[in-house]
Each structure stands twice: as structure tokens, then as C-alpha cells.
Design a protein around this ligand. Structure first.
Ligand code: COA
Length: 415
């Protein structure tokens, strides 16, 4: 028994945002039926292929714990099969381009007519407004949601981040909306529409930058390096490099080996509560009582000097030594870990955050496991399905078609 045992998901998602959502629901125990176009499937199956003939890692890493059913929903028999699926499922999830479901003949009113308990969940690039008809991919969402304008260095162009906050981030929002709608349905008996726009999701994650936009009206943002550098602020929240977004100033600093190792760096936070410990560690005990350095407001105009001094110390240590020394003193620091280091980290394997999965076409590969840990609903990662691997099984067991029916459905070209 898992948290979502008994919940059946009709998964019309593709690429990254929608599949992130349904994979999470699968980890939590839902029965996820992924509907794919016959002979084609989710486009990512054949994108960024690393092993000829095998489904890509892009696809497999987003589609664990799902069953694959091929179905041409533009074919008449295919539409009839889809109608039966809608009646049998609790949740329908999709992230087609705007209007695609309506064009397919499955508007929200038609879906409600078929199954009033259905929860219809969608990811779109934008919510209602001037851009609602636009197609959107990850980086477009990062740009339109405010992340790019506030990421990067002051003297460089806007930057996108490696974390897929537009796609995977929005998928997580959608999953939460679905679970909340399932809970509400227990009280009302009715389904509802759940919409998670990518722009909204990115902006939500950038709230500290919207905070700073309003703080700018009251004067310069004193914790930004720009203030220490004496550079005037403009009208919009600027890019702030690696400055901390919170009230405790922090930066990325070089560690021993930085000349040759691109990840020999640490994040270092000058938390006010442990300032004296920091002064002792970096060999500046005189800063503990000096009125120019002793309090957070006094340090704000001198942050560059403060972090230069800390970096002189971190450069004499590896990023792990910095952690070993600072942690017992309650100084918040964090090593810059590479994907190589993370993939080899034993503790992440033990908690199931990184898992090795076996696949019939590609052999063993690494993937991420469920990032949410529940004491009574443990997520086991099962491999992503091959295209149409469960078509017969679903037609028979979920929809109750006979062998003859299935033969006729196949003859029609619907699956
Ligand atoms: N049987 C028959 N037709 C199917 C089908 C099936 N099983 N599954 C999909 N299709 C059709 C759709 O109905 C659509 O047809 P239409 O254009 O005639 O209406 C067509 O396939 C293509 O779907 P679409 O969603 O437009 O794919 P795309 O590759 O052109 O665009 C995106 C991809 C991601 C840009 C777009 O889907 C989108 O903007 N989605 C919303 C935002 C989003 O989630 N973006 C992040 C992706 S990670």
C-alpha cells in the first residue's frame, strides 16, 4: 500500500514538465497509464540518443513507474478507447500546446460529461492573458518568469540556470494541485480543472527578486556586491552573481585546487550569529570587536573586503576541508558538487535519491529517485516502459476488452 494506491492517472504528457508530475505520482503509488502516439511515442524517446536503438536517458529518466499504451486519439476507434479510459481514470494530465485537446475533440465540458469525478490537470507555458496561446519550453519559461533577468553577473548577459525550474518545477506544482483536488473530491464528489502555468511557477520561485524590486524603491540593495563596488542601481532588480538572496550575505569562494578543478569552490555564508567564529577561523580575531566589522550593518559596505579575506583562507583548504572545519563551528558552508561527485555519493544511493535501474535496451543507468521521503509510502523506482509495452494489458485489464475486441482495435490502426 502506497500513499496514492488506487488512483489511476491517464497520462497524456510529453517532454519534461508533465512527465515530471506523473512520475512523481507514480512514485507515490498511482497507476500511471502513459498514452503515446503509435509508432512515434513521446518525442524525447528519440532525443539526445546516446545508445543507438535504445530509448534515450531523457525519456527513461522522466518516465519511471508508468505503463505505456499506444493510442491514436485522432482515429475514430482510438477516440472510443479514449472515452472508456476517461471513464476509468481519476486524473487526466496533459501538457500539449494550447488548444490541442479541444482540437482532438476532448474539451473540458466533454470530459466532465464522460466522468464528472475527473480531475483534469494541465501544464501550459502561460496562464490566461496575452501569451496564453504560445508554446513554451524550459528556457522560455525561465526568461518569461524573471529568472534569467536576475541570474548571471552584472556585466554579463541574462543567464538560464541548469536546474529545470520551468519544466520540472512546474511539474511539481501540478502534482500538488492534483493531490489537493483528489482530497477536495473526497468532500465534494466532483472533479475540477487544475492549471499550472510555467511562467507563474518560475516567478513563484523568484519571489526574493520580486521582493528586491520593491526594496529598490527605498534605496540601494546593500547586501548586493554591486553596493560594495559603489555601482549605482538601475530601475529593475539587477543580476547579482553568486550573492546570497537572503538576509545573511554569502558568496562562492575559491578553494584549494581552483586553478585546475572547475568545481573547487565553496559557498560561504557570513551568518551574523557566528561572526566571531568566522573571524577566528580566517585569522581576523580583531574584527570581532572592531565597530567597522562587528555588526551586520557595519559590514554591508565592506562585504567585498570581508569575502576577500575569507577567500584567502578558503584557498588554503579543499572544499571538503572547509566543510569539516566550519560545520562544527555552525558556520553554514557548502561545497560546489559536480554531477560526477553526486553520482558517486554513497549516501545518496542509500537514501534512494540516486538509483541504478536496469533497462532491457540500454542496461544499467543512473537516475534520480523520489526526492520526498515518506515513512509509510516508500518509493521504488521501476524502469520506464518501452513504447506500447502495456497496450494489450491495459485494454484487457483496465478497459475489459475481449481478445476479439483487441484484435479489431489493432486492425483499425488505433493502437
Ligand atoms: N494521438 C494522436 N495525436 C496526438 C497524440 C496521440 N496519442 N498525442 C499527441 N497528439 C497530437 C496533438 O493532438 C497535437 O496535434 P494538433 O497540433 O493537430 O492539435 C500534436 O500531436 C502535437 O502536440 P503539441 O503539444 O503541439 O506538440 P509540439 O511538439 O508541437 O509542442 C510543446 C511541444 C512542449 C512546445 C507544447 O506541447 C507546449 O507548449 N506544451 C505546453 C507547455 C509545456 O509543457 N512545455 C514544456 C515541455 S517540457
Amino acid at each position: 500500500m502506497k500513499a496514492l494506491t488506487g488512483v489511476r492517472i491517464l497520462d497524456f504528457t510529453h517532454v519534461q514538465s508533465g512527465p515530471t508530475c506523473t512520475q512523481l505520482l507514480g512514485w507515490l503509488g498511482a497507476d500511471v497509464i502513459k498514452v503515446e502516439r503509435p509508432g512515434v511515442g513521446d518525442a524525447t524517446r528519440k532525443q539526445l540518443v546516446d545508445i543507438e536503438g535504445a530509448d534515450s536517458l531523457y525519456f527513461t529518466m522522466l518516465n519511471h513507474n508508468k505503463r505505456s499504451l499506444t493510442l491514436n486519439t485522432k482515429n475514430e476507434t482510438g477516440k472510443q478507447v479514449l472515452e472508456r479510459l476517461i471513464k476509468e481514470c481519476d486524473v487526466m494530465v496533459e501538457n500539449f500546446a494550447p488548444g490541442a485537446l479541444d482540437r482532438m475533440g476532448f474539451s473540458w465540458s466533454k470530459i466532465q460529461e464522460l466522468n464528472p469525478r475527473m480531475i483534469m490537470a494541465s501544464v501550459k507555458g502561460f496562464g490566461p492573458g496575452p501569451y496564453e496561446d504560445c508554446k513554451v519550453y524550459e528556457n522560455v519559461a525561465q526568461c518569461a518568469g524573471g529568472a534569467a533577468s536576475t541570474t548571471g553577473f552584472l556585466d554579463g548577459p541574462p543567464l538560464v540556470t541548469g536546474a529545470q525550474i520551468g519544466d520540472s518545477g512546474t511539474g511539481l506544482n501540478l502534482a500538488l494541485g492534483i493531490v489537493a483536488a483528489l482530497y477536495q473530491r473526497v468532500q465534494t464528489g466532483r472533479g475540477q480543472k487544475v492549471l499550472a502555468p510555467m511562467q507563474d511557477g518560475v516567478l513563484n520561485l523568484c519571489r526574493v527578486k520580486l521582493r528586491d524590486q520593491q526594496r529598490l524603491l527605498q534605496g540601494p540593495l546593500k547586501e548586493y556586491s554591486q553596493y560594495s563596488d559603489g555601482i549605482e542601481f538601475g530601475e529593475a532588480t539587477p543580476r547579482a552573481g553568486n550573492d546570497s538572496g537572503g538576509g545573511q550575505p554569502g558568496r562562492i569562494l575559491k578553494c584549494k585546487g581552483w586553478e585546475t578543478d572547475p568545481n573547487a569552490y565553496t559557498y560561504f555564508i557570513t551568518q551574523a550569529a557566528v561572526w566571531k567564529n568566522i573571524c577566528d577561523v580566517i585569522g581576523k580575531p580583531e574584527w570581532k570587536e572592531d565597530p567597522d566589522y562587528a555588526t551586520p550593518p557595519a559590514r554591508l559596505p565592506r562585504l567585498n573586503e570581508v569575502f576577500d579575506a575569507i577567500e584567502q583562507w578558503t584557498m588554503t583548504k579543499t572544499k571538503y576541508e572547509v566543510m569539516d572545519i566550519c560545520n562544527p563551528l555552525d558556520i553554514p558552508v557548502g561545497p560546489i558538487l559536480s554531477m560526477k561527485e553526486l553520482s558517486e555519493e554513497a549516501s545518496l544511493r542509500e537514501t534512494g535519491t540516486v538509483v541504478e535501474v536496469d533497462h532491457p535496451e540500454r542496461g544499467a543507468y543512473l537516475t534520480v529517485g523520489c526526492p520526498i521521503k515518506m515513512s509509510d509510502s516508500q518509493a521504488e523506482v521501476t524502469r520506464a516502459p518501452l513504447l506500447g509495452e502495456h497496450t494489450d494489458e491495459i485494454l484487457k485489464d483496465v478497459l475489459g476488452y475481449s481478445e476479439d475486441d483487441i484484435f479489431a482495435i489493432k486492425e483499425s490502426g488505433a493502437v
